[in-house]
Design a protein around this ligand. Structure first.
Ligand code: V47
Length: 430
C-alpha cells in the first residue's frame, strides 16, 4: 500500500457521507511502533515551576484549537499534574464539541458463544469447549433475545463472542441474518475486528468480502473491541496470537471505506505504561484523520478477577478519569467519548461527564465480559435510572441510536420509536 493510493472515505461521525470524496491511503508507518519511552523519564523529573509552565503551554494549545503531541499526552499522565486541571481542559473540549448533552441508548448485549480459540491473558469470559462454563446459543435462544430486546424498546444489539473452532463462518453470518429478518428495526452492532480477522481466516476471503457479506446479512456497524493496546511491547504480552495492530486498523479502515461506521477502544490499567496509551491514541487519531469513520472512543478499564492477570489491581477512579480526560484531549477528531458505566461504576461514570465524556453507553442487558471479570455494577439500568444519573451529573440526557441519530419515542408506547436527525446537528461542532 502506498501513500499515493486513494480511497473513498466517511465524513466525521454524524455528518452526511460525502460522495466520491477521495483522501490519501493510510501510510504504513501508523501500523508500526515508532516511539520509545525516554520522554516519560524526561517529564517526570520536572520541578513544579517547570511543570506549571509546561501545563500552561498545553492549555494554550487546547484553547486555540491546536493538536496535542505525543509528548504533551505523556506529560498529562504525570501524576504530579493535577487531575482537576487535566479534567477542566478536557471539559472545555467536551463542551465545545458536544455542549451540555450526554448521550445514552437502549441496548442489549448478545454473546452467542464464549468458546474461543484464543487465550488472551486479560479475558475472564472465554472458555474451552469442554469446560462446563462453555456454551453456544441455539437459534431459539438467539430469537428469544431478539423478542426480549423488542419488548424492552431496544434500538441496538451489541453482538460479540468467542471464536469457536467448531462453528463455521456461516453460523456467525446466519445468526445476524436471523436477527435482522425477525427484528429489522434493531441495529446490529456486531463483531470486533478480531472476529472479522477470524472470518477472513475461515473463509479464505478478503476483509472487504467478509464485511460486505456481513452487511448484506444485516450488520449495521462494528463495536470497538479487540484493540487492547496496539504497541507490540504490550500486545505481545496480552494476546500475541490474535489479530495484530496492523490487521485491527486495516479492518476498521476497510469498514470505513465501505461506509460501515465503527467504534474504537483502548484497554488500560494492566501492564502498559503512559507512552503505550498515548501511542495507541495517536494511531487511532491518524486513521481517523484519513477515514473519519470512528464515531466514539471508549477507554476500557481492566478488571482483573478470573483472568491470568489477577495479581494486578484494577485501575483507580483517578486513573479512569485521567484516561477519559486525556483521550478527549488527544482524539481531537473523534466526536464522542464514552464513559462505559458497566466498567467504570456509576459514580465514576457520572464524574467522567465533567472530564471529557459525553456518552454513557446504554441501559445494557446480559453483559458478560465485565461481569465475568468481577464488575460489581448492576446488570441493567432502567431508562429512568440512566436519565436520572445523567441529570444528577448536571448534563442533559439525550437518547441516540447506534449511529448517533436522535431517537423519538411515542408518548403512549415507548416501544414505538424512530430515528431522527444526527445528534451533532444540534450542538456546536468545532
Ligand atoms: O475487546 C475483555 C475488553 C472489550 C476484559 O463499541 C476487558 O460501543 C477489562 O469493546 N477487563 C469488549 N476489559 C468490550 C468492548 C465495548 C464495550 C462497550 C461498548 C463498546 C462499543 C465496546 O472488553 C474487549 C477487551 O478490550 N475486555 N476482558 C477485562 N477482564
Amino acid at each position: 500500500m502506498t501513500v499515493n493510493q486513494t480511497i473513498q472515505c466517511l465524513a466525521p461521525a454524524g455528518m452526511a457521507r460525502p460522495v466520491g470524496m477521495v483522501v490519501p491511503r493510510v501510510p504504513d508507518t501508523i501500523f508500526f511502533a515508532r516511539f520509545n519511552p525516554s520522554p516519560t523519564k524526561r517529564e517526570t523529573n520536572m520541578n513544579k515551576t517547570d511543570r506549571d509552565a509546561r501545563f500552561r503551554q498545553i492549555r494554550d494549545k487546547v484553547e486555540s484549537g491546536q493538536r496535542l503531541s505525543m509528548d504533551d499526552g505523556i506529560f498529562l499522565y504525570d501524576p504530579e499534574v493535577p487531575l482537576q486541571d487535566v479534567g477542566q481542559l478536557a471539559n472545555l473540549v467536551r463542551e465545545r464539541k458536544n455542549g451540555n448533552v450526554a448521550y445514552y441508548n437502549i441496548n442489549t448485549h448478545l454473546n452467542p458463544t464464549n468458546v474461543c480459540v484464543y487465550r488472551c491473558r486479560f479475558c475472564a469470559f472465554r472458555s474451552d469447549l469442554r469446560d462446563p462454563k462453555g456454551y453456544a446459543m441455539s437459534d431459539e435462544q438467539i430469537l428469544q433475545r431478539g423478542r426480549e430486546a423488542t419488548e424492552n424498546g431496544c434500538t441496538e444489539m451489541h453482538i460479540v463472542g468467542g471464536l469457536h473452532h467448531q462453528k463455521p463462518y456461516e453460523w456467525y453470518r446466519d445468526l445476524i441474518a436471523l436477527l435482522k429478518d425477525n427484528f429489522p428495526k434493531i441495529h446490529l452492532k456486531a463483531w470486533t475486528a478480531v472476529e472479522i480477522n477470524w472470518f477472513e481466516f475461515q473463509t479464505k476471503k478478503s476483509k472487504q468480502w467478509v464485511l460486505d457479506d456481513m452487511r448484506s446479512a444485516g450488520l449495521g456497524s462494528m463495536p470497538g473491541g479487540g484493540a487492547e493496546i496496539f504497541h507490540p511491547e504490550v500486545r505481545d504480552q496480552l494476546c500475541e496470537h490474535k489479530a495484530n495492530t496492523h490487521e485491527w486498523l486495516q479492518i476498521h479502515q476497510a469498514a470505513h471505506e465501505l461506509g460501515i461506521r465503527t467504534n474504537c477502544t483502548m484497554l488500560y490499567g494492566h501492564v502498559e505504561q503512559a507512552y503505550h496509551r498515548i501511542d495507541h491514541l495517536m494511531r487511532l487519531r491518524e486513521l481517523q484523520d484519513i477515514t473519519g469513520g470512528f464515531q466514539v472512543f471508549i477507554p476500557l478499564a481492566f478488571h482483573p478477577d478470573n483472568t491470568k492477570l489477577d495479581n494486578l489491581k484494577k485501575p483507580s477512579a483517578l486513573m479512569d478519569l485521567r484516561t477519559v480526560a486525556i483521550s478527549r484531549l488527544m482524539l481531537d477528531n473523534v466526536q464522542h467519548i464514552k464513559a462505559y458505566w458497566i466498567m467504570l461504576g456509576i459514580p465514576t461514570a457520572q464524574t467522567a461527564l465533567a472530564y471529557g465524556a459525553d456518552d454513557i453507553d446504554g441501559t445494557v442487558r446480559h453483559e458478560l465480559i465485565y461481569h465475568d471479570a468481577g464488575a460489581t455494577t448492576p446488570q441493567c439500568l432502567s431508562v429512568d435510572d440512566i436519565r436520572g444519573l445523567i441529570t444528577e451529573a448536571g448534563r442533559e440526557p439525550v437518547e441516540r441510536d447506534t449511529v448517533y441519530h436522535r431517537v423519538h419515542r411515542s408518548e403512549t408506547d415507548f416501544r414505538d420509536w424512530h430515528s431522527g436527525q444526527p445528534v451533532d446537528d444540534a450542538v456546536a461542532v468545532s
